[in-house]
Design a protein. Structure first.
Length: 69
């Protein structure tokens, strides 16, 4: 196993809910095949997906935009 050379902090810089930066980031693919970073926040336990090379919008597990509530 080798670590990806891309810094995923650029894709998932901070939690969309609490703005915390202590995220666990895992490179995965969305169900539609888009490569993405799954981020889990250590502060508030929120999770979100961020498309690699996307616009930084936090997505839910089905790939649709996640909204703050
Ligand atoms: Zn958070």
């Amino acid at each position: 196993m080798t670590r990806p050379v891309v810094d995923d902090r650029a894709t998932a810089p901070a939690c969309h809910a609490c703005a915390g930066t202590d995220l666990t980031r895992v490179r995965l693919a969305l169900p539609d095949g888009r490569p993405a970073v799954f981020a889990s926040c250590a502060g508030c336990e929120t999770t979100a997906w961020y498309v690699l090379g996307g616009d930084g919008t936090p997505l839910g597990p089905d790939g649709s935009p996640r909204t703050l509530d």
